[in-house]
Design a protein around this ligand. Structure first.
Ligand code: AHR
Length: 490
């Protein structure tokens, strides 16, 4: 039995079941997710290899060869049609896509294996989010529900809010108790409470507050029973019933059982404010954003579901066993001609054959090779990325990084450009080139729809083939974003 079969047997069936990696029912053989390729804007669906099986990653790989691809829809496997697509603009933020919609995830940002079979997770960055405001069967009002998700416990940040769960249908903040979602990250904005240590934590987003569980619920409170948790594959659970009971549980999605981080009453708010009980759930579903489309957070989603009814701990313990049996594991994030640590390289784009070089911190393409066009491939500054970083040879201690979508050559603490996101933004994965398989394309770890791209102004950006910015121009993408890698020395 798979997770949603187990919930059904426990009397708390899934009313939404989302996964880009596998079927959440033993008999499910429908589509898992939709990818759109940017070369011609056509889409295809990725199905499981067999009923109940792992996603057929080969469908995506073949369809997306030579271009960039997006995960445009994550299908609901429950039969209720609660699919997730790009989130519309909300009270807190308007997304960068036309109409103010958020980005959707790049399709190759989170390769994993399940019992040795390759699949792709949903790697979401700032401004990326999915939503469905018109659902069927999801808990509303004070109805009980359960939520579980499997995600990458090493990919998070401190911004609001990497959520999966129940939110407002209006995309605006309608007050305490309008949401019940699983949150993952380190946000302690607004004096929000936290778990122990420095995070990240699994918490509940109940609107106008990320709650770790605890007795007093004063701003800045710590729930010592809610640990920092950063397993590469993490299981998280939030559930709330129709009395005043709610709970947080979590564990390692590759090993062992779930811990109980909190079970008890909902937070009490100061007199005169909206209270969290009774709940006023609205039944929209969000992924990667807050209820009001707060869109600063990042995270990676592999699978999850919402149930109707309050699942028992025993049911969730069986769900965890199914997750363990799914056999999540890491795999290579690179493809194309091998690029390896210690290699000193120069890079020529396939469009102009000019060299990627730098002048102190500025990055350009230049006509000929010199010391300033040499970069050393080094261990990734984002340690769990499976990618690399690229250190200047003539200016050691500086690395290629993107900032505001443009490439620079910075030291980690250059305060001109967001040192807080330096590690992620200076990490890039070599993939097979778009124009020729003898070339590489360099995918941004932190924005995996985006690749190093020289455009005709001589600057280098992280661009995609058709997107909202000037450097996303469809024309000449495949050559401008493919690079010949020359080895200088070993
Ligand atoms: O509750 C935390 C966040 O606060 C919600 O996700 C968002 O809607 C509001 O800004």
């Amino acid at each position: 039995a798979h997770s949603c079969d187990i919930y059904a047997a426990g009397g708390t069936p899934c009313v939404a079941a989302h996964s880009s990696t596998r079927s959440l029912y033993g008999s499910y053989n429908g589509p898992l997710y939709q990818v759109k390729r940017n070369s011609d804007n056509t889409t295809t669906d990725v199905h499981p290899l067999f009923p109940g099986g792992v996603a057929n990653a080969g469908t995506q790989d073949n369809f997306c060869a030579g271009t960039t691809c997006l995960i445009t829809e994550i299908y609901d496997q429950s039969g209720r049609g609660n699919h997730l697509t790009a989130a519309p603009p909300g009270g807190a933020a308007t997304g960068p896509e036309p109409g103010g919609y958020d980005f959707v995830a790049g399709a190759t940002g989170a390769a994993v294996t399940l019992n040795g079979l390759k699949a792709y997770g949903v790697f979401t960055t700032q401004s990326t989010g999915y939503r469905n405001d018109n659902t069927n069967g999801v808990a509303t009002g004070n109805e009980a529900e359960g939520i579980y998700a499997v995600f990458d416990g090493t990919h998070y940040n401190g911004a609001c809010c990497w959520d999966y769960g129940n939110a407002e249908t209006s995309n605006t903040d309608t007050g305490q108790g309008s949401m019940e979602a699983l949150y993952f990250g380190t946000s302690t904005a607004n004096g929000w409470v936290s778990g122990s240590g420095s995070g990240p934590w699994i918490q509940a987003d109940l609107e106008n507050g990320l709650w770790s569980g605890g007795a007093t619920y004063q701003p800045g409170d710590v729930n010592p029973n809610n640990p920092s948790i950063d397993y590469r594959f993490t299981t998280g659970i939030v559930k709330g019933d129709d009395t005043n009971l709610w709970a947080i549980r979590g564990g390692n999605a590759q090993f062992g059982l779930l811990g109980n981080f909190y079970s008890g009453p909902r937070p009490t708010q100061p007199a005169g404010q909206d209270q969290y009980y009774p709940m006023r759930k609205q039944g929209a579903i969000i992924l990667g954003i807050g209820g009001d489309n707060s869109d600063g957070a990042q995270g990676t989603f592999y699978e999850g579901a919402l149930t109707i009814g309050y699942p028992s701990d025993a049911t969730e313990d069986l769900v965890q066993l199914d997750i363990l049996a799914a056999g999540y594991g890491t795999t290579s994030q690179t493809s194309g001609p091998p690029v390896f640590e210690g290699q000193v390289i120069t890079l020529q784009d396939a469009q102009s054959e000019m060299y990627l070089g730098h002048d102190v911190n500025d990055v350009y393409v230049v006509p000929s090779a010199s010391a300033s066009t040499q970069f050393k491939v080094v261990a990734p500054n984002a340690p769990n990325s499976g990618c690399f970083s690229y250190e200047s040879v003539d200016q050691p201690g500086t690395f290629l990084r993107h900032f505001a979508y443009q490439l620079f050559c910075d030291s980690p603490n250059n305060s001109d450009r967001s040192p807080g996101t330096f590690a992620d933004d200076s990490t890039f994965c070599p993939e097979t080139g778009f124009a020729a398989s003898s070339d590489n394309a360099f995918r941004s770890y932190s924005y995996p729809t985006r690749f190093w791209r020289q455009v005709d102004d001589g600057n280098v950006y992280i661009g995609t083939q058709g997107g909202p910015f000037a450097w996303d121009n469809w024309y000449e993408f495949t050559t401008q974003a493919s690079w010949k890698v020359n080895t200088v020395s070993l």
